[in-house]
Design a protein around this ligand. Structure first.
Ligand code: NAD
Length: 250
């Protein structure tokens, strides 16, 4: 099956990747729904919400600072690197991710569409202030704050991520849907496919006549529509695909 998928990818003119927390699991970042997904006694769904932030911003910031520290320790794994390679080879045109960990960019992917924001960005709860802390070199500053405040207006800052119950960034969602309509192949990697509207992506590809290739350690909500299901760890399957595509493209 890997051979067949490699041939399809080598011939494709507009492949995209759609990734979820599972692609970063081998980098040591727990998924939300996996058995390591708990923080203290809380489930992420209880903390990553606007209501939780309103109720107890200190607790929510504590959770996010913990996540930022964990993610800072993580490095892109062979799966992120393989997707960046596929982009360099001209096969993948974009990576649409539900992850907030920035690891696709760290791995060298250039066209990354973040549907759920980025944990290294903050935004003001009152004014239009936004900051990408990696660029401004202020991650250390953020981690030293109990309740970080906007440098412009003094209001509370919040993580620039999409919380449960919130709308996705319009520009990113429109771009992602339009890429999905045009894609002839989508590689669906490490997602349970239950978080909407992001999970529409593989359905849009399928309905537009594209091929759905799924890589996951276990079946997901997407599996019933997958044309190919490559069962295994993303960090093992994706490098094999790249190797095979290189071999047949020589
Ligand atoms: P999820 O936790 O619902 O599902 C993870 C999926 O990855 C599962 O289907 C699991 O079987 C699979 N998986 C686990 N390890 C794998 C591996 N090594 N190789 C291949 N597949 C593997 O994640 P989701 O679908 O992305 O939805 C959770 C939401 O939570 C996302 O929208 C995201 O915003 C957020 N989140 C992000 C991160 C991150 O940025 N790294 C981490 C946790 C949660």
């Amino acid at each position: 099956m890997l051979g067949e998928v490699s041939k399809i990818l080598a011939k494709s003119s507009m492949a995209i990747a759609f990734t979820g927390a599972g692609i970063s699991a081998e980098s040591g970042i727990p998924t939300f729904r996996g058995k390591d997904g708990l923080w203290r006694k809380y489930r992420a769904e209880e903390l990553a919400t606007p209501e939780a932030f309103k109720r107890d911003p200190k607790l929510v910031w504590e959770f996010y600072k913990w996540r930022i520290k964990k993610i800072l320790e993580a490095k892109p794994n062979p799966a992120h690197i393989a997707l960046a390679e596929l982009e360099k080879m001209g096969i993948i045109k974009a990576v649409i991710t539900q992850n907030v960990d920035d690891l696709h960019r760290e791995a060298g992917s250039k066209n990354v569409i973040e549907l759920h924001g980025n944990i290294f960005r903050v935004k003001c709860t009152s004014c239009s202030y936004r900051e990408y802390l990696k660029e401004s070199d202020r991650i250390g500053w953020l981690l030293s704050q109990e309740l970080p405040r906007c440098p412009k207006c003094g209001s509370l800052l919040r993580p620039d991520v999409v919380w449960f119950g919130e709308a996705l960034p319009e520009k990113e969602l429109t771009t992602a849907f339009s890429l999905a309509k045009k894609a002839d192949v989508v590689l669906v990697v490490g997602t349970s496919g239950v978080v909407y509207p992001a999970a529409y992506i593989p359905y849009i590809v399928k309905e537009s006549g594209g091929i759905v290739v799924e890589i996951n350690i276990e079946p997901s909500a997407i599996t019933p529509i997958a044309d190919f299901f490559l069962r295994g760890k993303a960090g093992e399957v994706l490098p094999k695909l790249v190797e095979e595509i290189r071999r047949i493209s020589k």
